[in-house]
Ligand binder design. Structure first.
Ligand code: PLP
Length: 387
């Protein structure tokens, strides 16, 4: 038991995924093809939207989404600093400027209030991050965006299966970017998806995903057999492969079961941690009618717990328990400090969390005993730190 390491996360892949991958290999078609098409169709049905466009990462999804929405030089995009670097990097790579809104201390989500104070005349979009599997206040953000004509592009890397007021993230025609990295709720090894209800945007996503080459031109001219193709914009090479989609199709079918298991484990954590002073799970976001429980994030209060977060992670590792850091504030990273002069004091709640957050192991393959083991290790670390 305790001589085997418990990782922060481990993907749940089974015989269905293995069999599908073998079928893909035997079929002779391994890059983007029929499995990608099927995965896109099933994903769009699952979230409840017209289009789902598969790409090779959520990073690519964010890049394509920002460009397709016209973001570029002179434009400001309001986002969270409590996120993975990719969210902010893609705003920068698109040529626009990130502007950070502070998060709520309980949920680590940006709020309509903090976003409102970040709006300027150069603001063109809001890029909310649905942190840890809960939803941002999409209604409140829409109320800010709509009168000003701002776009909303969602970082839904943590939110496959999350629901806001009974509606799945990615539904209602919005642009949402999902991740299928192995740590996320479903995986294709690496992969991502962009949703939209707009035919025009979906076409732009597909164009930017594949060299900016419009392959549909052949059929539009009624000349299906023509070998000619047209570059209509300089694009990227961001497609998902059928080998990856083979995983995605079966992962998606298992997603609701995964979330049920994650929810049960999260409930156990809450019950166990209630008696340990100085370790506090995040609060519930109002409006989130289904938490996808991508991460189980707690904050470590050094004065009450006995050591700080970094030491906590080291001591847990010594006890064979893996933990994760999601995230350190992006505005304090060297590139953003030197480019924008950002620094400590800019975003008090984000910085408070950046020093305290730690993610505990949470994945569908864990059993109840694993949660007890983690909480026992936390208790032992606390005792050790106090002494
Ligand atoms: C994982 C993650 C991404 C990037 O996803 P990739 O598929 O690895 O590119 C973006 N944003 C957030 C919040 C993430 O956690």
């Amino acid at each position: 038991m305790s001589d085997s390491r418990l990782p922060l996360s481990r993907p749940s892949l089974g015989e269905e995924e293995i069999g599908e991958v073998l079928d893909v290999i035997r079929s002779g078609w391994i890059t983007s093809g029929p499995r990608v098409k099927r995965f896109e169709e099933e994903f769009s049905r699952y979230v409840g939207t017209r289009h789902a466009v598969a790409v090779n990462s959520c990073t690519a999804a964010l890049h394509v989404a920002l460009l397709a929405h016209g973001m570029g030089p002179g434009h400001e995009v309001i986002t969270s600093s409590m996120t993975w670097s990719a969210t902010v990097n893609m705003i920068e790579v698109a040529g626009a400027n990130p502007v950070f809104a502070d998060v709520d201390r309980e949920t680590l989500q940006i709020t309509p209030e903090t976003v409102a104070t970040a709006v300027t005349e150069r603001t063109r979009a809001i890029l909310p991050v649905h942190f840890a599997g809960q939803a941002c206040d999409l209604e409140g953000l829409a109320a800010i965006a709509a009168p000003r004509g701002l776009k909303i592009i969602q970082d839904a890397a943590h939110a496959v299966g999350t629901e806001f007021l009974g509606r799945r993230i990615g539904s209602d025609g919005v642009t949402a970017c999902f991740s299928f990295h192995p740590i996320k709720n479903i995986t294709t090894g690496e992969g991502g998806m962009i949703t939209t209800g707009s035919d025009e945007l979906a076409e732009k996503f597909r164009l930017l995903r594949f060299h900016g080459v419009n392959r549909d031109a052949w059929s539009r001219y009624g000349n299906v057999d023509s070998p000619r193709y047209e570059t209509v914009t300089p694009g990227w090479k961001y497609g998902l492969t059928d080998l990856q989609a083979a995983l995605g199709i079966h992962q998606l079918a298992k997603l609701d079961g995964f979330i049920e298991r994650r929810t049960r484990l999260a409930e156990l954590y809450h019950a166990q941690l209630a008696s340990i002073d100085g370790v506090k799970p995040l609060g519930r976001a109002t409006g989130t009618s289904r938490h996808a429980w991508h991460l189980f994030v707690v904050t470590i209060e050094p004065d009450r717990f006995g050591c700080d977060r970094d030491r906590f992670m080291q001591l847990m590792a010594q006890r064979g328990v893996g933990t994760g850091l999601h995230f350190t504030a992006v505005h304090l990273h060297s590139y953003y400090r030197s480019r924008y002069g950002s620094g400590p004091g800019d975003l008090p709640n984000t910085e408070w969390a950046s020093d305290r957050v730690v993610s505990l192991p949470l994945f569908p393959g864990m059993n109840d005993a694993d949660v007890f083991r983690v909480c026992e290790a936390i208790g032992a670390v606390k005792k050790e730190s106090a002494g």
